[in-house]
Design a protein around this ligand. Structure first.
Ligand code: ZN
Length: 73
């Protein structure tokens, strides 16, 4: 009977380690969807290509930063 009890302990410890590993890895997995890069757009001022989700859009134009957006206004 001791063998079964020891097995339960091992399974329990293994489960705790697995849960801890899952908890520590979870935030990294959640960050990955943000890596999904959409289409690149061109800054209307300097011509630098920036990801559309990071670009600043004014009407139908895109800008790489607020400085360029303000200069082009
Ligand atoms: Zn620019």
């Amino acid at each position: 009977m001791f063998g079964i009890r020891a097995l339960f302990y091992l399974v329990g410890i293994g489960l705790v380690i697995w849960i801890l590993l899952r908890l520590t890895k979870a935030p990294r997995i959640r960050e990955k969807p943000l890596k999904k890069v959409g289409s690149m757009v061109r800054c209307a001022h300097c011509g630098t290509y920036v990801p559309q989700n990071e670009a600043l859009q004014v009407a139908d134009k895109y800008y790489c930063c607020t400085a360029h957006r303000d200069k082009d206004q």
